[in-house]
Design a binder for this molecule. Structure first.
Ligand code: C2E
Ligand code: CA
Ligand code: CA
Length: 542
């Protein structure tokens, strides 16, 4: 099909418009207009009129017009060329910027990936990454064959540090600790911060119990040297739960759960670490539910304070009572303090629990003194209470509220509760002693008996642990120990109390050794206040 000249022109100019740059079209248009105007002007000046012959003559004879005729092509070319160069440059700029954006996006992606798998404070791998690595190691043929160990570490006194020094200082300590852990393990990759209060360490080349325990002992040593924060020297108390694979599990979930259980038991061990054992699990579910319920028990008055009489072994008179807490649980019945005191200590519940006990004990004591019953009340303090700088003021407040005189009260403390941080404990004990309160050392003989501390502490009474007393008839060794403790206490000027007297023979033996006070089922177990008052009225001194 033949195309008309008009169509061809329209098509070409369309192509030109779409391909040619706007500046080159403008330049070409101006050059054409200039050439046409110049032709018309030349034709007019030569023939005094504009005629086709004049135009042809001007175009063929005038050299300047030839140059002008060439200008549209030149302008078109230069315009198109410069547009091309500009567009190339613009393309380059766009490419560079796109590359920059791509780089930034990549960095952001990396950052997001890092923060999803690492702890922001310490830069160590987080729980998710540790979990992944543990799973990978468990599947790795070498590790699968040789086995591995996971250590779960927490710092027992971290919460105390937090409440005393604040979160910023605690963060600094955690950072120092993470550096120490990473250099201890030799590689940052196998150490992870699992949550605010625990770290985990994967030991790939350690699969038997002896080397795992040795590693934990080693780690405790590495954490032992003090940390310095704002010129303060702090000692961290590590507790480490140990699990071995395949012995304790061959998947990450089981191993981490069991490491947590073992770590809970480590808080109660002297060494600071404990290897998981299946019987630890038996009480775990109950323990977990009890943690939440203890708080409610306090609010709902499910706790009771019982009292166990203390008898003067010379005069046979009742000189005091020991306050012992009881929990009557709606489903589980009576729960022994040995089960929930440890829990409360671990979960920061001991402070309100101790305050509850002290207030109840003070109220009862004040009531008895008002009624003319001059009983001294002994109250057990936990190791965590002895680190609380607010304790003396809280006790002073409760004494004022209940009308108790400090000399009616004896606080029982244990050797192990002092050893954690003797300097801090001493300050608190001295403040209470200055107020007029007395102290007894409880469970004597079971802890780290240190003569130096026995002399330093403001004590007035020493309680021989019931384990020696209960066996002294059958074990000559225990009888020797009891006699030695009685003499030691007297030499230091303390009153001696023997706990766990269950029969007359034991009582008589203790009397012959010069023991001052007795406590035990022979006289009475711990009973509620009302029962105690009945018991007192039936007690005959003779
Ligand atoms: P503890 O301070 O050594 O208390 C003496 C424990 O020996 C009491 O056990 C008491 O019932 C028991 N006991 C007394 N006489 C005899 C006896 O003749 N034979 C036998 N077999 N046992 C006797 P309980 O009440 O179960 O208390 C256990 C531990 O729980 C206490 O040991 C004390 O460390 C802690 N505890 C009890 N109440 C409190 C409290 O209010 N606050 C704190 N922080 N700890 C408490
Ligand atoms: Ca006691
Ligand atoms: Ca005791």
């Amino acid at each position: 099909m033949a195309i008309s000249f008009k169509d061809a022109f329209a098509n070409n100019s369309k192509i030109l418009r779409s391909k040619a740059s706007k500046p080159s079209i403008q330049a070409v248009s101006v050059a054409i207009a200039a050439a046409v105007a110049a032709t018309l002007l030349v034709s007019y000046t030569q023939f005094q009129s504009i005629t086709p012959e004049g135009i042809v003559h001007a175009q063929t004879k005038n050299v300047v017009l030839w140059i002008l005729d060439a200008l549209p092509f030149l302008f078109g070319y230069v315009g198109q060329y410069s547009s091309y160069v500009m567009s190339q440059e613009a393309n380059l700029m766009v490419l560079e910027q796109t590359e920059e954006l791509r780089q930034k996006a990549k960095e952001l992606e990396k950052q997001v990936a890092f923060s999803a798998t690492h702890d922001t404070l310490t830069g160590l791998p987080n729980r998710a990454l540790f979990y992944d690595r543990l799973e990978q190691s468990l599947r790795h043929p070498r590790e699968k064959k040789l086995g591995l160990t996971v250590l779960m570490l927490s710092i027992e006194n971290q919460k105390e540090i937090e409440s005393t020094l604040g979160l910023t200082s605690t963060d600094l300590i955690v950072k120092q600790l993470s550096t120490r852990l990473a250099s201890w393990s030799g590689t940052e990759d196998s150490v992870a911060r699992m949550d605010t209060h625990s770290f985990a360490i994967l030991l790939g080349d350690c699969a038997d119990r002896t080397s795992a325990e040795q590693a934990a002992r080693n780690l405790v040593k590495a954490i032992e040297p003090h940390f310095v924060i704002n010129k303060l020297r702090l000692t961290l108390q590590p507790c480490i739960g140990i699990v071995l694979s395949p012995e304790h599990g061959d998947d990450a979930d089981t191993l981490l759960q069991r490491a947590g259980v073992a770590q809970f038991f480590a808080t109660q061990s002297v060494s600071g670490f404990s290897v998981y054992s299946p019987n630890m699990d038996e009480h775990s579910p109950r323990r977990l539910t009890l943690i939440g319920e203890l708080k409610r028990a306090l609010e709902r008055d499910e706790l009771y304070l019982y009292f166990q009489p203390k008898i003067d072994l010379v005069s046979n008179s009742v000189v005091g009572v020991e306050a012992l807490v009881r929990w009557e649980h709606a489903q589980h019945g009576f729960i022994l303090p040995e089960e929930f005191i440890g829990l409360a200590e671990h979960q920061r519940m001991i402070q309100p629990l101790s305050m509850w006990v002290i207030e109840r004990a003070f109220l009862n004591c004040a009531g008895w003194h008002q009624a003319g019953i001059g009983l001294k009340v002994s109250i057990n303090l936990s190791s965590k209470d002895l680190l609380d700088p607010e304790l003396p003021d809280q006790i002073a407040g409760l004494a004022a509220k209940t009308g108790v005189q400090p000399e009616w009260i004896v606080f029982e403390i244990t050797e192990s509760s002092i050893m954690g941080d003797p300097a801090r404990v001493l300050i608190i004990l001295e403040r209470l002693r200055a107020m007029g309160y007395q102290f007894a050392i409880d469970d004597f003989g079971t802890g780290y008996s240190s003569m130096a501390y026995l002399k330093k502490l403001p004590l007035s009474e020493l309680k021989i642990d019931k384990s020696f007393v209960m066996d002294m008839l059958s074990s000559e060794n225990d009888a020797i120990i009891v006699r030695a403790i009685v003499d030691l206490a007297h030499n230091l000027g303390f009153t001696v109390t023997a706990e766990g007297i269950e029969n007359i023979e034991t009582m008589n033996m203790l009397k012959s050794m010069g023991c001052d006070i007795g406590q035990g089922f022979l006289f009475s177990e711990a009973i509620p206040r009302v029962n105690l008052e009945k018991w007192l009225s039936n007690w005959t001194v003779a």
